[in-house]
Write a protein that binds this ligand. Structure first.
Ligand code: LLP
Length: 432
């Protein structure tokens, strides 16, 4: 049932993460709760280093912005892909060196450019238009070093994933059309204070087949050839993230080693042909962090109605993926982890919307109030997409290491819902 997820085991009918009893942890700290295995996180990062020993790996901060998780990623030698000024400050806060940060984004303001320039991080420029905007800010700031940039390319590759997370299609909002790249690169070479150093793409997320990555690598090398032909120098090629993970027991995912087998020969051969030796960069998010983390929720009501509804305390406010992308998250009952499935349940949260369904017709052991459900693979785009909708404070995050469990982010309380709000004084009159 747990497959290769060695950090999760079943002991005497209870789910354990490393040596921590998840049911007791939920009892102690309350639910909902995000719980991460340090061991698994380090294993996942090391698997990337092993598969791509020469590449730089930038963790996609959007997948998980927990400072402790990022600190471990930094200790393990990862840089950061950031997509906003907020993500940049998170990455800087955990000590990721500026040389290992790429500031991405398709809609950067002047202030965003300024912040990235002042932080001295590289930027990925998404359009010809953005290049001109950036050039203006560079002139104004008049720094004593050049601003290094990559160009985000639209490689027009179909990644065979959920349409909402396919990012490299011709019709997608990201990147510069392939045929405009060489000319845009040349323009950047002529602009004072700007140094174009490479190309960047990202074709989508949760991709379960390595063929689209190979196709994208080939197209990126075609574009690199055009840039070199136009007199440009390519020092970095960033192939983005996107490697999928095994959410469903029957849907295996390729490993970083499989990804390496698909793209490294293309990258290596084509670089040799062109006589260039750029640094390869990858930006994995989900495949680093998703399976490190479970989300624990507590069962409030088991209702026998049209179907068997299990109402628990985490809805799409805590884990948005099922609602947004019809995603599957495997469920283990943390206090019945050895019990066989008894009947189908539709697992719903506490949010006042019919679509607040985390799992449909799921075969689970017989459930009752007080049980604790563990949603697996919740570490990528889990907490980072959580909201306070319906007056729900966001949950705590825990890091497990051996038999230790540390709170890395305390749960919000109701005061978080009031924070920052101010009623204008003119409305202070007494309500009868
Ligand atoms: N680099 C760039 C430029 C990206 O846009 C993304 C993800 C990544 C790297 C990391 O991709 P990963 O390795 O995690 O697949 N919320 C969605 C996923 C959105 C992904 C957006 N971009 C979900 O929950 O499935």
């Amino acid at each position: 049932m747990f497959g290769p997820k060695s950090h999760l085991t079943s002991r005497n009918n209870h789910l354990f993460m490393e040596d921590v009893d998840c049911f007791l942890l939920a009892r102690q700290l309350g639910t909902p709760l995000y719980v991460t295995s340090e061991k698994r996180l380090r294993q996942n990062i090391r698997a990337y280093h092993q598969a791509f020993p020469k590449a730089d790996k930038y963790f996609a901060v959007k997948a998980n912005g927990n400072l402790t998780i990022l600190r471990i990623a930094a200790q393990e030698g990862m840089g950061a892909d950031v997509f906003s000024a907020g993500e940049l400050s998170i990455a800087r806060n955990v000590g990721i060196p500026q040389d290992m940060i790429l500031y991405n984004g398709n809609s950067k303001s002047e202030k965003d450019h300024e912040m990235a320039l002042q932080a001295g991080v590289r930027m990925s420029v998404d359009s010809r238009e953005e290049l001109e905007h950036l050039a203006g800010t560079v002139q104004r700031l008049d720094q004593d070093h050049e601003a290094e940039i990559l160009f985000r390319v639209n490689p027009d590759v179909s990644p065979k994933t959920h349409p909402k997370i396919a990012t490299g299609l011709r019709s997608s909002k990201f990147g510069i059309p392939a045929e405009q790249v060489a000319e845009t690169y040349k323009r950047a070479m002529d602009l004072p204070g700007i140094l174009p150093v490479g190309l960047h793409c990202h074709i989508g997320s949760q991709i379960l087949d390595t063929a689209p990555f190979a196709e994208a690598a080939g197209k990126m090398m075609d574009i690199a050839a055009a840039v070199v032909g136009a007199g440009g120098e390519i020092k970095r090629i960033d192939l983005g993230g996107g490697l999928g993970i095994q959410y469903h027991p029957d849907t295996p995912a390729p490993s970083p080693a499989d990804l390496a087998k698909a793209v490294l020969p293309i990258f290596g051969d084509r670089c040799r042909d062109l006589g260039i030796s750029p640094k390869l960069i990858l930006e994995p998010g989900r495949s680093i962090v998703a399976d490190t983390t479970i989300m624990l929720s507590g069962v409030n009501v088991v209702k026998r109605a049209h179907v068997n509804f299990v109402a628990e305390d985490a809805g799409f406010n805590v884990l948005a993926r099922p609602m947004l992308y019809d995603s599957y998250h495997h469920i283990i009952v943390a206090n019945k982890s050895d019990e066989p499935a008894a009947e189908p349940y539709t697992v719903v949260g506490p949010i006042c919307e019919t679509g607040d369904i985390l799992a449909k017709d799921r075969q689970l052991p017989k459930l009752e109030r007080g049980d604790v459900l563990a949603f697996l693979d919740a570490g990528g785009y889990g907490f980072s997409m959580a909201s306070q909708y319906n007056g729900q404070p966001r949950p705590a995050e825990i890091l497990v290491s051996g038999d230790k469990a540390d709170v890395t982010r305390r749960a919000e309380d109701a005061s978080a819902l009031l924070a920052g709000q101010k009623i204008p004084e003119r409305l202070y009159w007494q309500i009868e």
